[in-house]
Write a protein that binds this ligand. Sequence first.
Ligand code: UD1
Ligand code: PEP
Length: 418
Amino acid sequence: MDKLLIQGGAPLQGEVRISGAKNAALPILAATLLAEGPVSVGNVPHLQDVTTMIELLGRMGVSVTIDDRMRVEVDASTANAFVAPYELVRTMRASIVVLGPLLARFGKADVSLPGGCAIGARPVNIHVDGLRAMGADIQIENGYIRAKADRLRGARIVCETVTVTGTENLLMAATLAEGQTVIENAAREPEVVDLANFLSAMGAKISGAGTDVITVTGVERLNGASYDVLPDRIETGTYLVAGAITGGHVKIKGTRPDHLDAVLLKLREAGAEIEIGDTWIDLDMRGRRPKSVDLRTAPYPAFPTDMQAQFAALNTVAEGVATVVETIFENRFMHMLEMRRLGADIRIEGNTAIIRGVERLTAAPVMATDLRASASLVLAALVAQGSTEIHRIYHIDRGYERIEEKLEQIGAQIKRIA
Ligand SMILES: CC(=O)N[C@H]1[C@@H](OP(=O)(O)OP(=O)(O)OC[C@H]2O[C@@H](n3ccc(=O)[nH]c3=O)[C@H](O)[C@@H]2O)O[C@H](CO)[C@@H](O)[C@@H]1O
Ligand SMILES: C=C(OP(=O)(O)O)C(=O)O
């Protein structure tokens, strides 16, 4: 199993180009199932999760081709199996986003229940209840969601919790339903808006994406389209923290600063000098130790849970004491326990972590438990004294394209070993 070896100490300096967003690319690729003509999707990140989604589409009989620049061409007209099998869903729970499109377009879907993962229980009741409200007949049996519908009907759906992939599934299903669907308490994440823009490019009638009430008027069919995935705000945030934690100076290019308001606010609070343009962010932390920052995760536009672990790393070496509250997932502190092995001073009380910054971390072997936990351990290792070995690094390949190469380009001493 691959591991990463990181020698800490060097302040990172230079430019990083951001890839397409994993969490937008996945639902957009699933949404290609809805189109009657060929679809072309660009700026798709080269990630394990994307490979899994493409394999999933392939198993359904969908024709998928990819060029060397990761432009993905999809033709779903050949689809003949409407199943997302356990062996793929267990490696990528986001496979659940094929449920809405399969049901809306083909009237049938058998999707393995995703189950929990390292960060929490992650139920999908809101997806299932919403589709039932649209007239789907859904049974849960043998670990599968078995869904059928002649044609879905528009409905008013109030989501009991804000759910990103739940909103996406209902939004996709509603595009081909008969009549109007209103999704209330909808997720406002930029990835939901990107998906809505893609669906609109295919001919869907959607208003309100980016607000908490999305209205969809169903159409008879969706056409092919050509679309580019938006830049990854979590990858962007991770490289900004890499600059900040190492006392470096990084320029992040090809990104969307307007999607990172809460993150940039916290980085400024930590003492970083930040300049932004339309598509770039410059962060300068040279000669300074970061200051501790309190944070509380919540749905967009508040501070993202997917950046909590990276800021936990920043706080471990910051001046002062920080309180980090995780309100989205009930078990998203596994990285904190590993950071303690590097010498971090962290106390956990329920969903709150109290982090007292130390002068320095020291290298130790650590184990990654999920995607952002891996990223946070990489960040901590970049400032730990000595050489840190990070095990179970396959998690990081789910969500960060060429991370060693990008970090090396800005001066990190990092290598992957088998
Ligand atoms: C592929 C993708 O886009 N993944 C993102 C998505 O995950 P995902 O869409 O799975 O996360 P949700 O937004 O659904 O989860 C938010 C909360 O709602 C709960 N819930 C969700 C659905 C449901 O039917 N019932 C229910 O109770 C979850 O357990 C969790 O406590 O949003 C998360 C929250 O921003 C991010 O961390 C993930 O990176
Ligand atoms: C939790 C994440 O992804 P997923 O929902 O695919 O597990 C993430 O991107 O941080």
